[in-house]
Ligand binder design. Structure first.
Ligand code: AP5
Length: 190
């Protein structure tokens, strides 16, 4: 597996809300010594701090909808330019639309980098709702979870095919325990 001393890895985690991508990205990041960049967490922090960005995204997030692609492009480009992401990163929650996938490809191309893997964590919908309800985050009410799942199906799930065609896709059964999913991801990346 490539480590922090090498150039890379650059990995995208795809998956529906509650699939465990945040959990797995954090575990893998610690192992590899590269940052796990969660756009959802960055936006929640911005809302909590009451920053200008937070004000712009607060209502959209509360409805379970996606923040505009242009705004996300600014957020992600700025984050990936920071020193800790230069040698590799794990992206959790970005890209989420075809336009965002284009933006990411363009950012990487400008610095002559490329993605190494896209890991799609797959979990049946009823399980996702169960997990999110247990967690009780502000955007984890039944109605908002269903909105986020609908947005995932319509706008993000098509990226699975997009990355499969690029031969970057690795799918993982996310219905198992956290440690079993983690082992499977480590095995795939060996
Ligand atoms: P974001 O934070 O990315 O939310 P999400 O996609 O809905 O993802 P979650 O954090 O709900 O789930 P996860 O897959 O990370 O699972 P987790 O590990 O937490 O985004 C929030 C919002 O920000 C979006 O709705 C949107 O408005 C906005 N946004 C973010 N990025 C954007 C973008 N690129 N473009 C536009 N808008 C954007 O696990 C879930 C729970 O399950 C936890 O309690 C965990 O402990 C548990 N769990 C995890 N794995 C397992 C397992 N194997 N078995 C049992 N339980 C498990």
């Amino acid at each position: 597996m490539a480590g922090a001393g090498d150039d890379g890895p650059r990995i995208v985690f795809l998956g529906a809300p509650g699939s465990g991508k945040g959990t797995q990205a954090a575990l893998l990041a610690e192992h590899l010594g590269v940052p796990a960049i969660s756009t959802g967490e960055m936006l929640r922090d911005a809302v909590a701090q009451g920053s200008l960005l937070g004000e712009r995204v607060r209502e959209v997030m509360a409805r379970g909808e996606l923040v505009a692609d242009d705004l996300m492009a600014e957020v992600v480009e700025e984050r990936l330019a920071r020193g800790d992401a230069r040698r590799g990163f794990l992206l959790d929650g970005y890209p989420r639309t075809a336009k965002q996938a284009e933006t990411l490809a363009a950012i990487l191309e400008r610095s002559s980098k490329r993605l190494d893997h896209v890991i799609s964590i797959e979990v049946p919908e009823e399980k996702l709702i169960e997990r999110a309800l247990l967690r009780q985050r502000a955007d984890d009410t039944g109605e908002v979870i269903r909105a986020r799942l609908r947005v995932y199906r319509e706008k993000t799930a098509p990226l699975i095919d997009h990355y499969r065609k690029q031969r970057l896709l690795r799918t993982v059964d996310g219905e198992r325990s956290v440690s079993e999913v983690q082992s499977e991801i480590f095995r795939i990346l060996e």
